[in-house]
Design a protein around this ligand. Sequence first.
Ligand code: SF4
Length: 76
Amino acid sequence: MAFVITSPCSFEKSAECVEVCPVDAIYSGNEMYYIDPDICIDCAACEPICPVQAIYAEEDVPEKEKEYIEKNRDFF
Ligand code: SF4
């Protein structure tokens, strides 16, 4: 399992999640941030500090955001 960044991130470039991640699993893309599922250690530190609630544990990603599980993985 890993944490996943979803669509609300697209236009909100807060970098708080990047700063809080202890293993540097969060990278900036052209339109949003992405979490490398192979690096994420599921610490959950990023989830509560996201100002637009874009970050979910993989198993908690809402149905309409599930494509972002692949999008995060495909970025790496
Ligand atoms: Fe980084 Fe922890 Fe968020 Fe995974 S859950 S991306 S390790 S801050």
